[in-house]
Write a protein that binds this ligand. Sequence first.
Ligand code: ADP
Ligand code: MG
Length: 368
Amino acid sequence: MENPFSFSGIVDDPAFCNRKKEQADLTRLIKSSQNVLLYSHRRFGKTSLILKVFKQLTGITPIYIDLYGTTSIPDFIRSALTGISAAEPKIKRLMQLVRETITGFSVNFSIDPVTGLPAAVPRLAPGQKAIPVKEVFRLAEAVSTKKKIAIAFDEFQEVARYGGEPFEKQLRKCIQQHRNIAYVFAGSQKHLITDMFNNAKRAFYRQAASFPLEKIAPKAYVKWVANLYRKDNRTIDNGLILQIVHRCDSHPAYIQEFFHHLWDENTVSVAVIDHLERRIIRRRMAEFAYAWDSLTLNQRRALKLIVFTGGKALYAVDNLAAFGFRTPSQATAAVEKLIEREFVVKNGVYQLQDPIFKRWLELSQIFS
Ligand SMILES: Nc1ncnc2c1ncn2[C@@H]1O[C@H](COP(=O)(O)OP(=O)(O)O)[C@@H](O)[C@H]1O
Ligand SMILES: [Mg+2]
């Protein structure tokens, strides 16, 4: 059997583990035309979940719009048209519909060499003002042969960076006008995306039902992995699966990576797991060093403090002094910044968001 684990990009069966309840909940919300705010840290599985649910929708046209990397309103329009084009495989019909709905800017057409699908590409200058974004929604409706549409805006928090209040207001207006479209707003920067929807002063205030995406339960991982080994006529000890899940702190991307490498090993033992862990750390060394270098002195101290104390009793006088803090407020400010930058999360205790980054810190000379 081919290696079923995949740790780059979006996953689908057999690399997709569980999320049965999330799939059912999201489908139900979409079907009842409820807008959804789907959020989690990076690489928790938002995109994979959306696309999995979209693939299974019946009677609803799914449109997936990826806003990752967009830095301007013209970029937003470009991504939106790419997403909408993907819902219309016939270039002739697409051209016709664009002609009927888009008048505020010109559009070129091309065929994607990889997928063979047509794409509508707007011609917009980076600084172009007064772009009629509402026409994009009109196109989406025209393309859909079904009455209902589901549009996902992935990495929606990007909009807040370049759109500003006027664009957010303009978007909200479009969204409210199209009652037959259900929206999924997905985002990874928690404080940015939740502020857009929870702050009474913002345009998207209360425009979507909150849907925080939690980690997959360890026992679901165990069942999934054991089942894949069984299909390959192999066995794997449940305790060892759990150990990997715990080492990865239930992060799906690291778990995939671990099992992807493990699949090619003849034996599964703690020694093998240790070896693979080092390999995963090595692959990320440049990325981790870069992240570390981006921190201020006090933020570095605070990270060490959290790792050293296990996230408890951070502010005890002895602990603060051991890591070079003169006052508790210095440490508090640094920890808050680390939370904002998503290096650290607080679940009762303070924890590093990235378990492998934490492992790198523990193993590296930074701690000796
Ligand atoms: N349901 C799942 N089962 C197993 N692995 C998953 C699942 N969802 C995500 N992953 C893993 O996590 C990685 C990141 O998933 P992705 O959907 O891109 O997350 P996000 O959109 O939240 O950043 C994937 O490449 C995959 O390795
Ligand atoms: Mg994503």
